[in-house]
Design a protein around this ligand. Structure first.
Ligand SMILES: [Fe+2]
Length: 355
């Protein structure tokens, strides 16, 4: 089938890896006579799929009062993945009281005005708005596609060394307080709506003053930051292959974020299944491709325990992509499921049954 004929390492026997804790725990490796990622058909929710994020229609495209549209959720509410394609500035202020929000600017850009200053995110940027930090977002172009990774656990940097993978001094930007634009001055007339977002719904406060304007930060560190995917260096092992290294994690490693951009790596990953984590890969852009994920904004989902292989990451033309691992068992929302396609797990193309 697709994965084997185009990209497998060689003839049988095939290496098969079972691993705990993502890439960090116990593992066992065996040889199998057949190519085990292939499947002829599948019924049920726990199946690999892919979704074209740039074509996904969201509620906030046409309704400025709408919130981003969830596309993937889990039973524990540990993680939610949503998409915003907002066309107008938010007319309300939002404070997510139960999750950190990591916004990935797949297309276009946006300015985030927060209680700790403003920051702009452009294409390929992650913008982190931590739990209980209020913000308003203004799209900077008419084609915004913002993929939002909400996590109940707080995101923190977790690079293998304090320098090297990310040049924090040069590439990590933090929100800055600047002279207030007229609409943010405290004297601006009118009522201000502050929406607190919790798991069980929205609570709407009407305030006499705008909750965002700040004069100066007098302590601590600004918790709102931005970082481009191109500024996160993939870790390689003298060109032989090996697991990627995360750059962001949460307190009990419920969620880990990696760059999966092209790197020197003679060996393709082994056929494997990941006992503890669901895996998401977002292909940001080429010119090269990650196997059959070649359209910017393609998101793949391999649920935990599903056997998969994955293409080579040694692509000389280069590409940029990220990998999210989460302990949560994620399910597409009905709207997203209707647009998602079953995926083969060799090269991550659309499964033959859906072509
Ligand atoms: Fe994997």
């Amino acid at each position: 089938m697709t994965g084997k004929s185009s990209l497998a390492d060689g003839p049988p026997p095939n290496v098969h890896l079972w691993s705990r804790e993502g890439f960090l725990g116990a593992n066992a490796i065996g040889l199998q006579p057949g190519y085990t990622p292939d499947y002829e058909s599948v019924e049920g929710l726990h199946a690999p799929r892919r979704l074209a994020m740039e074509a996904f229609v969201t509620a906030d495209m046409s309704d400025p009062d709408a919130l981003p549209t969830p596309i993937l959720m889990c039973r524990t509410h540990e993680v939610t993945i949503s998409v915003s394609r907002r066309r107008e500035p938010m007319a309300f202020t939002l404070r997510n009281v139960e999750a950190d929000e990591l916004h990935f600017m797949q297309r276009g850009g946006a300015r985030f005005d927060t209680e700790f200053g403003s920051i702009e995110g452009g294409e390929g940027d992650f913008v982190c708005i931590p739990r209980s930090c209020a913000y308003r977002m203004t799209p900077l172009s008419g084609e915004l596609v913002d993929v939002i990774l909400e996590s109940a656990g707080a995101y923190r940097f977790d690079t293998p060394a304090p320098f090297g993978m990310i040049n924090f001094g040069m590439d990590l930007r933090r929100a800055a307080i600047s002279p207030m634009p007229p609409q943010m001055e405290p004297s601006a007339a009118g009522h201000h709506v502050l929406v607190l977002k919790a798991l069980d719904g929205l609570t709407r406060f009407v305030k006499p003053v705008d909750p965002l304007p700040a004069i100066v930060r007098v302590g601590g560190e600004t918790p709102v930051w931005a970082l481009n995917i191109a500024a996160v260096q993939p870790v390689s092992y003298g060109g032989l292959g090996g697991p990627p290294a995360q750059f962001l994690t949460t307190p009990r490693a419920e969620t880990l974020l990696y760059t999966l951009s092209s790197r020197q790596s003679k060996l393709r990953p082994p056929v494997h299944h990941n006992a503890d984590y669901d895996e998401f890969i977002l292909f940001f852009r080429g010119p090269g491709s990650y196997g059959e994920l070649d359209q910017p904004g393609s998101l793949s989902h391999v649920p935990k325990g599903v056997t998969h292989h994955g293409p080579t990451e040694d692509v000389p033309e280069g590409y940029l992509a990220w990998l999210l691992e989460t302990r949560a068992t994620m399910r597409f929302t009905p709207e997203a499921l209707a647009q998602a396609k079953l995926m083969e797990t060799g090269a991550y193309g659309v499964h033959p049954s859906e072509r």
